[in-house]
Design a protein around this ligand. Structure first.
Ligand code: GLN
Length: 302
């Protein structure tokens, strides 16, 4: 087993390689504030279940979770209203298409394939309790912060930025779901979804959220946590999920902000923030680091 300092030196070498690889990545252009992100911004944390932690990069940067919120919306709803009701509104099948695919939803006759893509997350956003989008987001935010001891906040300026260029594709998905009867009100679902994607925090907040899936405050949470982790494995990286599951095999969820969260068995959480994305919308550096960690994991245990 490596000593912590030795391990940190090894990880630092990989970070240099990951940053070099990330130069190939692109920032998303459809949300102005994400397009203006600093491509060199970087934070990476590995935190073990017993509290050992290594952070590389800038622990003070705040970033939006974007789609990394999706597993936690699912987790919240599984715990609050139960699997039976949840899986009447969303499926559990992976999709080979992009995270925001309207054609996939149409091919499936309006049935959202899984909660890790936009259609499924919109269907789940529609089930969150609260009178409007802001209060639904606030309920979820408070619940997560309470359970995970995190300090997520709603990034209002990101929300303004999301709204400044109306996402017609997401709107069309929401209306398709309304037409197929899986949501009641497309506009509230869309607004809720936009709010929750703009929840933001620091790298420590992300690892704390991840920890909820392995170190639950209540043993009754286990089945729901397992369901969430399974769906992260099969669907968390969209069309790259299968390829990645074969190579790395850790439940992982990415977001277009460049955030990425992985669950290393029952032992550790790995969280990364690096904005440049590959063509499928996953952080280049985040994937790079996970692949290399998975290969060398045996030698590294902290
Ligand atoms: N809000 C983003 C969108 O709908 C989230 C998607 C993502 O992170 N993959 O485009």
């Amino acid at each position: 087993m490596m000593k912590k300092e030795e391990l940190k030196k090894q990880l630092e070498k990989w970070v240099i390689q990951a940053k070099a690889a990330s130069i190939q990545g692109r920032l998303p252009d459809y949300i102005p504030k994400l397009a203006a992100a600093n491509p060199a911004a970087f934070a990476w944390q590995i935190k073990s279940v017993d509290g050992e932690s290594i952070i590389l990069g800038d622990a003070s940067i705040s970033f939006c979770l974007m789609s990394v919120i999706k597993p936690f919306v699912l987790f919240y709803l599984l715990l609050e209203i139960g699997a039976e009701k949840v899986f009447k509104r969303v499926g559990t099948e992976p999709s080979e298409e992009a995270f925001n695919s309207l054609s996939q939803l149409k091919a499936d006759k309006g049935w959202p394939r899984n909660p890790m893509i936009n259609s499924g997350a919109l269907a789940l956003a529609a089930m969150l309790p609260g009178k409007d989008a802001a209060s639904r987001c606030e309920n979820l935010r408070c619940w997560l912060n309470l359970q995970a001891n995190s300090q997520l906040i709603l990034d209002e300026s990101m929300l303004d930025s999301v709204r400044s260029v109306p996402n017609q594709n997401n709107r069309a998905i929401a209306y398709e779901l309304q037409a197929s009867g899986y949501i009641e009100d497309a506009e509230i679902a869309l607004d809720t979804y936009n709010h929750i994607c703009c929840l933001s925090g620091k790298i420590e907040d992300l690892t704390r959220l991840g920890m909820l899936l392995i170190k639950y405050p209540d043993s009754n949470w286990e089945d729901s946590a397992k369901t969430v982790k399974t769906l992260m494995t099969t669907c968390g990286l969209y069309q790259a999920s299968k390829r990645f599951a074969e190579k790395v095999g850790l439940p992982t969820k990415s977001g277009v902000s460049g955030a990425m969260l992985s669950i290393a068995g029952e032992r550790a959480i790995i969280a990364c923030y690096s904005p440049p994305l590959d063509a499928e919308g996953n952080s280049v550096a985040g994937l790079f680091l996970l692949e290399i960690l998975a290969k060398k994991w045996g030698e590294l245990i902290i």
